[in-house]
Design a protein around this ligand. Structure first.
Ligand code: GLY
Length: 578
């Protein structure tokens, strides 16, 4: 039935040429053809995600008359089946929703919560140091999951379809299976050590070959139960019992009461303005919204166009604003239900102007001069982001996660899904770095029912009342800086959606005081940055070490056309429009 719904351009040539003409006249360039890479375009709606099957599930929901929220919920449940490294039932995340009818942008927080048995020092060993194995790879590293309640609450409040309609495809994918991609088979094998700690994870995920049908019977049963009885089933029914039984297998403290206590929160989005656009992003307990607005505020005082895209002069300014934002992150950010986060002060233009005065445009600052330092390795890419838009102009930006790829490595026996290790996003010992090398302070200390600080940054950008960009990224601490560069590529650099997604990026997070640069940023440029005083890690041959950053699966609209681009950094990523 949907054979005619194809992934790439579903537009008439007449429409395309009229768009190009408008672009060359200098209006929104999201669809410009004067470029090396080209976005997917369609007339009615679109999903951009890290997995093709899940993107198509969402696209099919749109084609059946669902709105962007229906499609986002369907895609979220499908990713829990087809992208188990980050798609999840056992994790949590954030959803930004733009409602076309009112123009409102809502920020839905379905981040995990610490169980009641959690204590500030729960991950400290007898030597007083953080036991990383316990904090990251144990049943104790799991927070109370929020995904099921978050997705189903969004459906109930803003969707138009039934649970059966939006969850049916994921039940079928789990029960009947789907062909395992080469990348996913490799990813599972690469995580053998992490998954081998738990018998059910071994059963559910290991020993798979690319091309084989990946059937997940227990997950299908769990999805069916949730589809039939709603979120209550997950938090108070058989699934809750299975989660608690899993905890009792060793070291877990989550109880039935913790699951029954779980709540989502609809928060006020953090917003800011940049060059005629209004950006709406996730508020605390995400640090993303605050710091992206803070960084854009600082950058708004420069003539970036005069520097040239990805020139040393431009990248230097990005690094300096990143350094300052992440220094503030370590001190001020935490769960707003527990600590006062000075959102207004951090996002004030006057504060950004003061920070800008501390930046030399030719010489690198030293992070140690801003605050004491530490040095830790990076974790692999994790988390997943997808973006949805419909023909009415409703838009949804979702980033959700198990924290690391495959979370804690422990699966809920009998329920078929992995448990997160989100508790590691708290500062297990204020002042000590977590798995991403991020330093946290008192504001992010562990407390029962608190949500750990996050970097997830789902974003919706509007211009003249219309959504032009829906974006976000996985990548732990590198999420905020990846999303910043995506937003700048569209607003500041007028790139089309595909170019904006593709362009190489950089990352700096204050501590460790090093610049991470992607392949594609020239070594001449990196040498200039080094000459300005920036620290750039070297590979074993003495060249610059370069690392891939983020996957900014994005959609938008311009002049009545929807446009999108999945990030090619994700081997299975896809944009599905109709
Ligand atoms: N678990 C990664 C984040 O929330 O930032």
């Amino acid at each position: 039935m949907f054979r005619s719904l194809f992934l790439s351009c579903a537009l008439s040539l007449a429409a395309i040429s009229s768009v190009s003409a408008k672009d060359s006249a200098g209006s929104n360039a999201l669809m410009s053809y004067d470029a090396i890479q080209h976005p997917v375009m369609a007339e009615n709606g679109m999903v951009s995600a890290q997995d093709r099957i899940a993107a198509e599930v969402g696209r099919d929901i749109l084609a059946r008359g669902g709105n962007a929220i229906d499609a986002a919920v369907a895609t979220g449940f499908a990713l829990a089946v087809t992208h188990p490294q980050a798609g999840n039932l056992g994790g949590g995340g954030f959803m930004m929703v733009h409602l076309a009818e009112t123009g409102e942008v809502l920020a839905l927080d379905f981040r995990e919560m610490a169980p009641d048995g959690a204590t500030r020092d729960m991950y400290l060993g007898s030597d007083g140091e953080v036991d990383n194995r316990l904090a990251q790879y144990s049943r104790l590293s799991a927070g109370v999951p929020g995904t099921v309640m978050g997705l189903l609450e969004a459906l109930e409040k803003y969707g138009t379809m039934t649970r059966r309609e939006v969850m049916g495809p994921s039940v079928r994918l789990a029960a009947k299976g789907f062909p395992l991609s080469y990348a996913m088979a490799e990813g599972l094998e690469a995580s053998r050590e992490q998954l081998s700690v738990d018998e059910s994870s071994v059963d559910y995920f290991l020993g798979r070959k690319s091309g084989e049908r990946f059937v997940q019977e227990d997950l299908a049963k769990t999805l069916r139960r949730i589809m039939k009885s709603g979120a209550k089933e997950f938090y108070e029914g058989k699934t809750a019992e299975l989660i608690v039984a899993e905890m009792q297998e060793g070291r877990g403290v989550m109880t039935l009461q913790d699951l029954a206590n779980y709540k989502t929160v609809t928060r006020k989005a953090v917003s800011g303005n940049y060059k005629g656009h209004t950006l709406y992003a996730m508020s605390p307990p995400s640090s993303g919204g605050v710091h992206i607005v803070q960084m854009l505020n600082i950058l708004s005082g420069y003539n970036l166009k005069g520097d040239g895209h990805n020139s040393a002069a431009y990248l230097h300014k990005l690094i300096e604003v990143m350094r300052r934002a992440y220094a503030d992150r370590s001190k001020y950010l935490g769960d707003p239900d527990f600590v006062d986060v000075p959102v207004a002060a951090l996002t004030a233009q006057s504060y950004a102007d003061t920070l800008r005065e501390s930046i030399s445009v030719t010489v690198a600052s030293k992070s140690s001069e801003i605050s004491p330092g530490a040095k830790l390795p990076y974790e692999s890419v994790n988390t997943t982001h997808y973006s949805v838009i419909d023909k009415m102009g409703n838009a949804v930006s979702v980033t959700y996660t198990l924290n690391f790829s495959y979370g804690s490595g422990y699966s809920v026996d009998g329920a078929g899904f992995l448990l997160n290790n989100e508790m590691d996003d708290f500062s297990a010992k204020p002042g000590s770095p977590n798995g991403y090398g991020l330093i946290g302070g008192e504001a992010n200390k562990i407390e029962p029912r608190k949500r750990p600080l996050s970097s997830m940054t789902p974003v919706i950008v509007k211009k003249e009342g219309k959504v032009v960009l829906v974006t976000g990224s996985p990548g732990g601490s590198t999420i905020i800086t990846s999303v910043l560069q995506m937003v700048l590529n569209v607003i500041e650099w007028d790139m089309n959606m595909a170019e904006a997604v593709n362009k190489p990026r950089i990352h700096h997070q204050w501590l460790p005081d090093i610049v991470i640069a992607e392949p594609g940023i020239s070594h001449d440029t990196l040498r200039r940055l080094e000459a300005m005083g920036h620290n750039l890690p070297k590979d074993e041959k003495g060249g610059f070490a370069q690392t891939v950053l983020g996957r900014v699966n994005s959609v938008g609209q311009s002049q009545g056309i929807v446009v999108g681009s999945a990030d090619p950094r994700g081997p299975d990523s896809a944009t599905a429009g109709y």
